[in-house]
Design a binder for this molecule. Sequence first.
Ligand code: A2P
Length: 264
Amino acid sequence: MNEAAAASRALPTETVTEVRHWTDRLFSFRLTRPRSLRFRSGEFVMIGLPGDDGRPILRAYSIASPSWDDTLEFYSIKVPDGPLTSRLQNIQPGDAVILKPKAVGTLELYALLPGTRMLLFATGTGIAPFASLLRDPDTWERYEKVVLMHTCRETADLDYGRKLVEALPEDPLIGEMVAGRLLYYPTTTREQSARMGRITDNLASGRVFSDLGLPPLDPAHDRGMVCGSLEFNSDMKTILEGWGLREGANSEPAEYVVEKAFVG
Ligand code: A2P
């Protein structure tokens, strides 16, 4: 065995239990969960596959399942020439995927000061950590209302999030907690749908709040979490700071947090 292959062999693997293809660009999958993996909803882990030369190709992936779940869910883009996703999109139940059982992240409930309304802002597969947080009772214990805003290019790209939101009231653990407290605001930018436009534009214009019948952002009560492309994250920072929200960290909780590891 060469040195590169030995490097992959040395890393722990988990088994694929389920794969679902949502569109030709998006898929989700589940892996067995190692007993040693402890994480807080919203965090990410490094997962990957061996490359052609046997060397491991690892990327940060937000865990989309909540911390109490027995298996681990992930939601991914498929990039045709992407070093990892061009391979990962072909996984089947029973296959092995490398998973380093150490979770970290910045989308931490503990990095936010107490508040009453939680606003979750995502583009594309950036909804993954929110799929975890929305299924965690801790989120519903801390906030009276949660607003999920998700922008994608086309309506089919919203399906994963829509299904998740539809399933929440039926969830045996948090179904009753969610009733009447989740507001969902999906938008598309490149295909006609009920609501159009980038979240950033709909926020800046105040349209989100008038559409949902909500008061505008107030740093005294509102808390935010942002997860999307680098450009989106930076645009959101500008908007949220313009409203007087400050970026928080576990060491110094404040009003909003941004996912730092997310790519894609
Ligand atoms: P748009 O179609 O106007 O680029 P992608 O698939 O490229 O990751 O984009 C996912 C969604 O995020 C698209 O609807 C895209 O809108 C939107 N988007 C991309 N960049 C930004 C940004 N800086 N602010 C708000 N939305 C963005």
